[in-house]
Write a new protein. Structure first.
Lengths: 71, 399
């Protein structure tokens, strides 16, 4: 098995710039305009506060019991 | 003999002991039917190396569901769990019939001494009013497998006759959504990525359907059974490009739509833990119980072969705590330490966690490989990281 990339693909993978996430916890989700990013930041906060086990989520690919809403 | 079956595989790096990561199960996946009325081209059960489904009972029996319920109850008491998920799965779980399901769900509710979230994953073809009443009565949340519009879905998800399933599934979707409680019943849609389909076409379909939640799954594959890729150098990142295009549409339009895989990657990029078993290295606390009561670590490991799925344990004779000693289970509770050195040294380790376990397999090195989708995932992470970075760069911080 080879994980060597040809030069064309390597260029694609390397062309993006790095992002510094070190101070992410200080971002208030409410100031974020992008609703998808805002929801993700809120999700991070919720999960950081929650019990660290993953029992609150169905990790299986089944799409039945994890999503918002529910009974 | 049987219990040693999964130990021959390289689940962990040499010299790494997984015992310290032992933790309880919170999700119990019950295979209540071992057959399906569809003949999906990519199915990890019927098209896979592990053909053990041929020897299994077609349906879980009341005796097995009783034993499963008692084992789950013991596990809940033993570990003082407050809430667990029980997901009904197959095959096609609705083949079991609503009356038998009613009995099963009632048995489990009666036996398990904590809060239980019921889920059910279905192909959607048999979802009639009687079934919907039964599922609503037991507060079951359903996921429907649907790959996209008719031309897309019917290519991969035909009946055994060859007829497409799309029309029947859409009738079921409409039937479900016509009910007052539909948003509580319908958890979302599950779509398998097929490079023959345009990401725009699939995205537009789910938007026009008014879907609130979808998930995207990469085809089950590993290093000895590679996924389809178009010829040419770009083929190495074809799935990454497909997902990146899907992400772009979603990111730009910002609809009220949860795309689970992409959302979980965003959470990982922002420093949180993933709630998706195929991404991120946070512990997977899931166990599978087959129709005959056999306990399995991960159902999609069937694409690897019987040596990866066979534990030799059965809820009739064994506790679920015994399954916690299985290397296949422990490796998924071991986070980064279960990964090969290539993954552990990768700059995207925190975003990826090695990807999905079956995707890492090769006969030669067991699970000590990067994902067969490694390049795709790296491309997607770089792409998403750039978009997220642009958005975050100028935001005020509250110190």
């Amino acid at each position: 098995m080879s994980h060597k990339l040809n030069s064309q693909v390597s260029d694609v993978l390397n062309e993006t710039e790095a992002v510094d996430y070190a101070d992410l916890p200080s971002i208030d989700p409410e100031v974020v305009d992008n609703t998808i990013l805002r929801a993700a930041l809120e999700r991070v906060r919720e999960r950081t506060k929650a019990d660290p086990h993953m029992g609150h989520y169905t990790k299986h690919s089944s799409h039945s019991s994890h999503s918002k809403g529910g009974w | 003999m049987e219990r040693r079956a999964t130990k021959r595989l390289a689940w962990m790096p040499a010299g790494v002991e997984p015992g310290q990561h032992r933790r309880p199960f919170y999700t119990f996946l019950l295979k209540i039917a071992s057959r399906c009325n569809l003949d999906c081209t990519y199915c990890y059960v019927y098209q896979s190396a592990d053909q053990s489904w041929r020897q299994r009972p077609r349906f879980m029996s009341p005796q097995v569901i009783q034993a499963a319920g008692e084992r789950i109850a013991d596990h809940v008491r033993q570990h003082q769990l407050e809430c667990v998920d029980i997901v009904f799965h197959g095959g096609e779980p609705l083949l079991i019939g609503a009356e038998k399901f009613d009995l099963f769900a009632g048995t489990l509710r009666r036996l398990v001494p904590c809060s239980v979230n019921f889920g059910l994953q279905t192909n959607g073809t048999l979802l009639n009013e009687f079934w919907l009443n039964t599922l609503a009565e037991h507060r079951v949340r359903i996921g429907i497998s649907l790959d996209g519009p008719q031309s897309v879905n019917d290519r991969g998800r035909p009946y055994h006759s060859g007829k497409g399933s799309f029309s029947d599934v859409m009738q079921s979707v409409e039937r479900t959504r016509s009910r007052e409680e539909w948003s509580r019943l319908l958890g979302g849609f599950l779509a398998v990525v097929d490079l023959q389909n345009s990401p725009d076409e699939v995205y537009d379909f789910f938007r026009s359907l008014g879907a609130e939640s979808i998930d995207l799954i990469l085809p089950d594959a590993h290093h000895d059974a590679l996924p389809f890729r178009p010829p040419g150098s770009d083929g190495q990142i074809a799935y990454g490009r497909w997902l990146a295009r899907f992400f772009d549409r979603w990111w730009e339009e910002q609809p009220d739509l949860d795309i689970r895989l992409l959302n979980e990657i965003l959470v990982l990029m922002l420093g949180g833990p993933s709630a998706h078993e195929s991404i991120g290295a946070k512990s997977v606390d899931l166990v599978v119980i087959e129709t005959d009561g056999e306990i399995e670590p991960v159902d999609t490991l069937k694409v690897v072969g019987r040596e990866a799925t066979k534990t030799g344990l059965n809820v009739i004779h064994n506790s679920l705590d015994e399954a916690l000693d299985q290397p296949a289970v422990l490796s998924r509770m071991s986070g980064y330490s279960s990964l090969c050195s290539t993954c552990q040294e990768c700059s995207h380790l925190a975003h990826c966690g090695g990807g999905y376990l079956p995707h890492r397999y090769s006969h030669r090195q067991g699970f000590q490989n990067p994902s067969v989708y490694c390049h795709d995932l790296r491309f997607l992470f770089d792409h998403m990281q750039q978009k997220v970075g642009q958005e975050l760069r100028d935001l005020p911080r509250s110190y």
